[in-house]
Ligand binder design. Structure first.
Ligand SMILES: [Ca+2]
Ligand SMILES: [Ca+2]
Length: 280
């Protein structure tokens, strides 16, 4: 039964990607010019990048044909790699933070051949002999191709902000604190098919998520233009990001709600198309 459940998760992921592809193609889309920050990884650190590895999250635990999906480092995406040396914990040494691209692999049922799947951006932290892997979305976000480092909780070490995306529209932000005894602690993670931004506004770290309004949009891009803004701000007393209802234009909308709205919207458009086709 466990196999069936995880397979359904995988189907949900594929359906989600299909929604993104359909959404992307329903209107003209104007790409913005990417501002890439190329940071080559020195060979002395490149050798630590694992060639094949598992990731312990929902995607990483996916089972295909009875086997867990494995990820393989893909050096052909070198232009998307990032390299930093920053102090992300309390000791005086600098840690190594690398971002690289991996591709998922599984065995085909019939021939047991290895098949390549989707790419994935991976954050890799090296703290002396300790190493941590963090799975992000499919690619680094071209428009935010960097990792931001800032001391959110004013404890003297730096927290990390990762930006990634899947397809043309889905964007994701992940903010993590690193503690040597605990590893990577998630402070914030969210995604949207709309717009997403992170800035320091009047001294306060602020995340703006503008979720598409499918009730007012005639297509995905139109829905993104008429989006509803949810704002999250760092609360220095509670040491976490909190939803700010007074600055937001709408009640808090979760990504699951947005995803469901997008799926219903696409189903509606397909029904409309089929109805029009049969009436001709
Ligand atoms: Ca350190
Ligand atoms: Ca800190």
């Amino acid at each position: 039964m466990k196999y069936v459940r995880l397979s359904l998760d995988y189907c949900k992921l594929l359906r989600f990607l299909l929604v993104l592809i359909l959404c992307s193609s329903c209107c003209n889309h104007k790409d913005r010019i990417p501002q890439k920050e190329i940071s080559p990884i020195p060979e002395v650190f490149r050798k630590f990048i694992p060639e094949r590895f598992y990731i312990d999250d929902d995607w990483g635990r996916t089972i295909v044909n009875g086997e867990r999906v494995i990820f393989e480092y893909d050096p052909s995406w070198k232009e998307y790699e990032l390299f930093y040396r920053k102090n992300i914990d309390k000791d005086p040494q600098l840690e190594v933070i690398i971002q690289f691209i991996a591709v998922e692999k599984w065995k085909s049922k019939e021939k047991q051949e290895e098949k390549y799947g989707m790419t994935r951006a991976i954050a890799f932290i090296i703290d002396n002999d300790k190493k941590y892997l963090l799975g992000l979305s499919q690619y680094p976000d071209d428009n935010r191709h960097r990792i931001d480092f800032l001391d959110l909780d004013n404890d003297g070490d730096l927290e990390m902000v990762f930006y990634s995306r899947s397809g043309m529209h889905y964007k994701e932000i992940g903010i993590y604190d690193y503690k040597p005894q605990k590893g990577l602690i998630e402070l914030f993670k969210n995604g949207t098919c709309g717009r997403l931004d992170f800035n320091i506004e009047k001294g306060t770290p602020t995340i703006r998520i503008c979720r598409p309004d499918f009730n007012r949009g005639t297509c995905m891009v139109d829905a993104v233009q008429k989006c509803r803004t949810n704002i999250y701000q760092w609360d220095k007393n509670k040491n976490k990001f909190l939803f700010n209802p007074s600055l937001s234009t709408m009640r808090e909308i979760t990504f699951d709600e947005e995803f469901q709205e997008a799926a219903d919207f696409i189903d509606e458009k397909i029904d409309e198309f089929l109805k029009n086709k049969s009436s001709k």
